[in-house]
Structures are given as structure tokens and as C-alpha cells.
Design a protein around this ligand. Structure first.
Ligand SMILES: NC(=O)c1ccc[n+]([C@@H]2O[C@H](COP(=O)([O-])OP(=O)(O)OC[C@H]3O[C@@H](n4cnc5c(N)ncnc54)[C@H](OP(=O)(O)O)[C@@H]3O)[C@@H](O)[C@H]2O)c1
Length: 319
């Protein structure tokens, strides 16, 4: 049962302009939250400790959601290795320590499924964290995110801080990144098929064999899971049950070739899809075990087809 004034508490959404942060902002606003603290880089540079300390001490949030990060696809992760490690470490360390110093009543830190070992059993369970080697291409990003999880756990263990982490699967939706050099697979496919339709191309060439299986979730569903965690989950529910974080996903996956066919249909591409099998595939299957969050009472709502249609409408209105 939420306290009467819960929705008027000051919630700082770090990274509110990003794909995830903006979805969380929309979700909290439409659920009656009246006191959101929204700041971009011009208000507070999260990589600078002094800037974060002074922002937190003067604005005094009650709770915080960390959706600020340096984020990108495989190419960006592998190319900008130092930046992915350094920037993410600085952002999370500055925010989590300042949250402790200012006595915030809750912090929800966001990571991603790449924290799991490359060869962890599928579907990925929360318990698989730190049970093996990471995928090398995104190791710096994953190590930064694992450090964020461990910071939250350590502040809970040492000081009793109500800080915990949520690990979303691959996301897509409004305000996604459609730049082919840095984007994730789903927005990249959408852009490729849309461009092929506009240019009248009869073939789209995709990397790899199309056989790897992946899971995708509409970002508004993640935002709803974060709202749920703010209202219903506390750090002790995780740490006292032997886990450090909660997976958030759909628990459903499909082959990249099936995803490509679906996006081709939605964008109206009627040509041929070809695969460049000389290009690497990545891991054969990646899917989250979401039974823990499902058992706590939360489940995703948007089907993949529905989510892609909504995202494509948004894409067409923007590009
Ligand atoms: N996208 C996915 O598929 C996915 C999947 C799983 C988990 N996640 C997690 O969700 C979180 C957010 O991802 P996203 O896709 O929403 O990324 P995004 O769209 O790139 O948003 C990141 C936000 O962080 C802000 N930011 C970065 N550095 C900052 C700094 N020094 N000071 C202030 N703000 C800063 C960015 O502001 P600027 O734009 O001004 O730089 C941006 O608003 C990440 O932790 C990510 O791991 C994402």
C-alpha cells in the first residue's frame, strides 16, 4: 500500500532525455507523479563529482532512477572501449555515492543483459552474474554495469541504503537511436528496410546468418516495470533472497531472420532479404529468465508486432 503522498515525492530521473529516461518520465507522469526532477547535461554533468554533489545537495530528491549512461551497439562498444568503461563508472559512482550522502529513500539503477557471462545457461537467470567470462566486445560496458550493481549492493550491506538494480533485455521504441554506426539491431533493421522502400531497392543485405535468437521489449513496458519497482520493491527483497538485481524482459525470443521479416512487412518492403554469412553472428541465443519479476506481480503488455508498429509510426513522423 503506497503512502498518501508517495506520488508527490521528488523523483530524480537521471538521463531523462534518453530513450529509457524519457519513457520512464512519460510513465510516471501519466501515473500521477507530480514532482519529477528532470535535468540534462547543462544542469548537471553526471561525470563530474562536484557537479553531482552540488546538484543533489541543493535539489534534494527523495528517490532516483539512473537511466543515464553511455550506450551503443556492438560496434560502438568495441570501438570506444575506454569511454564506455570510464563514462559509465563515473556516472554511476557519482550518483550512487551522492544518493547515499543525501539519504535518498530509494535508488533504481539500470544495467543491461550484457552483464551476464558469454556462456551462461539460457534463459539467463539473475544468479548467473559473475559465474564466467564476459563477451569481449562489450566487456568494458558490462564491467561498468556490474560495478553499478555491486555499488548498490555494497551501500545496502554497509549502510542499509535502499538501492537496487534492474537489468532490461534489448529495448526498442520511441526516441531510439537510428544511426547505423551506433544503433542496436532492431532500429538498424527498421532504418534499412524503410530506406530500401523509399529508394525502391529490391534487396536488403543483412549481416550474419539470421539464425541467432534474441529477445526484444518495448521501452514503455520497461518504464512500467521501473514504476512498479519504485512502488513495490525494496533492496531487501533482492539481497535477502540471494540476488543483486532483477531481470526485466518478455521471456520470449525470435530469430533475427523472423524479426527482419516482421519489420519488412510493417515497413512495406516487398523485396528480397539476403544474408552476408561471412559476417559474425554473435552468441546463438540470448533471452532473460523473467520468472522472478513475473512472480512479484509484473508482466510486459506490448506484443512485438504492436511495439514495432508504434515505433515505426514514430520513426516516420521524425525522419
Ligand atoms: N537501449 C537499450 O536497448 C537498452 C537495453 C538494456 C538496458 N538499457 C539501459 O538503459 C539505460 C539508458 O539507455 P538509453 O538507451 O535510454 O540510452 P540513451 O538514449 O543514450 O540515453 C542516455 C542518457 O544519459 C545521458 N547522459 C549521458 N552522459 C551524461 C552525463 N555525463 N551527464 C548527464 N547526462 C548524461 C544522455 O544525455 P545526452 O544525450 O545529452 O548525452 C542521455 O539522455 C542505460 O543504463 C542502458 O544500459 C538500454
Amino acid at each position: 500500500m503506497l503512502s498518501e503522498n508517495f506520488k508527490s515525492k521528488k523523483v530524480f530521473i537521471a538521463g531523462y532525455k534518453g530513450m529509457v529516461g524519457s519513457a520512464i518520465t512519460r510513465s510516471l507522469q501519466s501515473n500521477g507523479y507530480t514532482n519529477l526532477l528532470l535535468a540534462d547535461k547543462s544542469d548537471v554533468d553526471l561525470m563530474r563529482q562536484e557537479s553531482v554533489e552540488s546538484y543533489m545537495a541543493t535539489r534534494k530528491p527523495d528517490m532516483m532512477i539512473i537511466a543515464a549512461a553511455k550506450v551503443g551497439g556492438i560496434l560502438a562498444n568495441n570501438t570506444y572501449r575506454a569511454e564506455f568503461l570510464y563514462n559509465n563508472l563515473m556516472i554511476e559512482a557519482n550518483l550512487i555515492h551522492a544518493a547515499y550522502e543525501n539519504g535518498l529513500s530509494k535508488v533504481v539503477f539500470l544495467g543491461s543483459s550484457c552483464i551476464y557471462p558469454k556462456l551462461a545457461p539460457q534463459p539467463l537467470k539473475e544468479e548467473s552474474l559473475l559465474s564466467g567470462y564476459l563477451e569481449y566486445t562489450n566487456e568494458p560496458y558490462a564491467i561498468a554495469k556490474i560495478t553499478g550493481i555491486k555499488l548498490c549492493e555494497s551501500y545496502y550491506k554497509q549502510y542499509g541504503s535502499n538501492f537496487f538494480s534492474m537489468m532490461p533485455t534489448n529495448l526498442y521504441g520511441y526516441f531510439d537511436n537510428f544511426d547505423l554506426n551506433t544503433s542496436h539491431v532492431l532500429p538498424a533493421l527498421m532504418r534499412k528496410f524503410d530506406t530500401a522502400v523509399k529508394e525502391g531497392s529490391d534487396t536488403v543485405l543483412l549481416w550474419g546468418t539470421g539464425t541467432p535468437k534474441r529477445e526484444f521489449m518495448f521501452v514503455d513496458d520497461l518504464a512500467d516495470a521501473i514504476r512498479f519497482s519504485l512502488e513495490n520493491i525494496d533492496a531487501k527483497d533482492l539481497y535477502e533472497n540471494g540476488i543483486t538485481h532483477l531481470n526485466v524482459g518478455t521471456g520470449e525470443d525470435l530469430m533475427i531472420s523472423e524479426l527482419a521479416t516482421l519489420i519488412a512487412q510493417i515497413t512495406g518492403f516487398k523485396g528480397k532479404i539476403e544474408y552476408d554469412t561471412s559476417k559474425p553472428d554473435g552468441t546463438p541465443r540470448k533471452i532473460m529468465d523473467v520468472s522472478r519479476i513475473n512472480n512479484l506481480g509484473w508482466k510486459h503488455k506490448t506484443s512485438l508486432e504492436e511495439g514495432i508498429k508504434l515505433t515505426y509510426e514514430w520513426y516516420k513522423s521524425k525522419y
